[in-house]
Design a protein around this ligand. Structure first.
Ligand SMILES: NC(=O)c1ccc[n+]([C@@H]2O[C@H](COP(=O)([O-])OP(=O)(O)OC[C@H]3O[C@@H](n4cnc5c(N)ncnc54)[C@H](OP(=O)(O)O)[C@@H]3O)[C@@H](O)[C@H]2O)c1
Length: 282
């Protein structure tokens, strides 16, 4: 069985394919349509998009025209980070369903605990109220699992202490040398699957010398090493690619990094030190 169809099991019993295809910065139209179509042809069964990526229409079209049954594709989208008014949640959700031309989502995430121009500001009451709207949608069956993104331990605890449903997923920036140990551990200790966004540091880690030399030893590429590293840590990578060559290369992950090399990778300094980080990523 390919890693693309192997699954992690979420805290509500639902299975999620171990590798997702990321679509941030893939322009709507032919580029997004072709990228998602190619990903599905090459075996990906898990697609990650968001309202703010503005490509949901092309992502949905590629899924609907793929010839693959909807229930065989795991589809995630996200409520914009700016939506902190519970009264707006259902409208955004319905627009996302309409954009994607689907009846349900497999996973719906709060994109961030703060609007993107107020990174790090606490919105505890607002996040709780928005989360309760996601809980209602979950109970209708229109979303199979609900989760969060960019939440630090404080923001997760706010939901754990006050909400009914434990988030299934926290999607955070995570790559070799930048694994957010505190936020990752807090999520995992509470049964929340961590998804790794920017697992290639949006391509900033590709020339890292340690990654390059280790990849050579395994006769794989740096992206393949970086993605396999994430999976062996029990975290779900979401590689994005527009190039068909990259999309295909990122499916070839059936090798094993030794325990010793995992220890080395887990002890590494940031492999993409120029990559932007905010203070909540810890
Ligand atoms: N929740 C959030 O706030 C959040 C934030 C960021 C990202 N995400 C999610 O995580 C996904 C991935 O993160 P990301 O978009 O930052 O990027 P990424 O997956 O870390 O890196 C993508 C970059 O790496 C290149 N690349 C991919 N595979 C390659 C290969 N085999 N060889 C050489 N280059 C390769 C891509 O090139 P080409 O495109 O030219 O092929 C692209 O430039 C996003 O698309 C999105 O779904 C979520």
């Amino acid at each position: 069985m390919s890693l693309l169809t192997e699954t992690f099991t979420l805290n509500n019993g639902i299975k999620i394919p171990k590798v997702g295809f990321g679509t941030w910065q893939i322009p709507d139209g032919d580029t997004a349509y072709n990228a998602v179509s190619n990903a599905l042809k090459l075996g990906y069964r898990h697609i990650d998009t968001a309202y703010v990526y503005r490509n949901e229409k092309s992502v949905g079209k590629a899924i609907n025209e793929s010839g693959i049954a909807r229930e065989d594709i795991y589809l995630t989208s996200k409520l914009p980070a700016e939506v902190k008014n519970a009264g707006q949640v259902a409208d955004y959700f319905n627009e996302t369903l309409s954009n994607l031309d689907t009846d349900y989502l497999d996973l719906y995430l709060i994109h961030a605990p703060w609007p993107l121009n107020q990174v790090g500001t606490r919105f505890d009451q607002e996040n709780l109220a928005v989360w309760k709207e996601l809980e209602k949608l979950y109970k209708t069956g229109k979303i199979k699992s609900i989760g969060i993104s960019n939440f630090d331990a404080h923001d997760v605890k706010n939901l754990l202490d006050n909400a009914e449903i434990v988030p299934a997923v926290n999607q955070i920036m995570y790559y070799a040398g930048f694994t957010q140990p505190e936020n990752t551990k807090f999520a995992q200790d509470n049964g929340i699957l961590v998804e790794a966004y920017s697992p290639l540091a949006t391509d900033d880690l590709l020339n890292n010398p340690t990654m390059t030399s280790l990849a050579k030893q395994y006769t794989v590429s740096v992206p393949q090493l970086a993605l396999r590293f994430v999976i062996q840590n029990g975290v779900l990578p979401l590689p994005k690619a527009t190039s068909k060559t990259h999309i295909e290369a990122n499916t070839e992950l059936d090798f094993t990094i030794s325990d010793a090399d995992m220890t080395t990778l887990n002890a590494m300094q940031d492999t993409a030190p120029t990559h932007y980080h905010n203070a909540t990523e810890k």
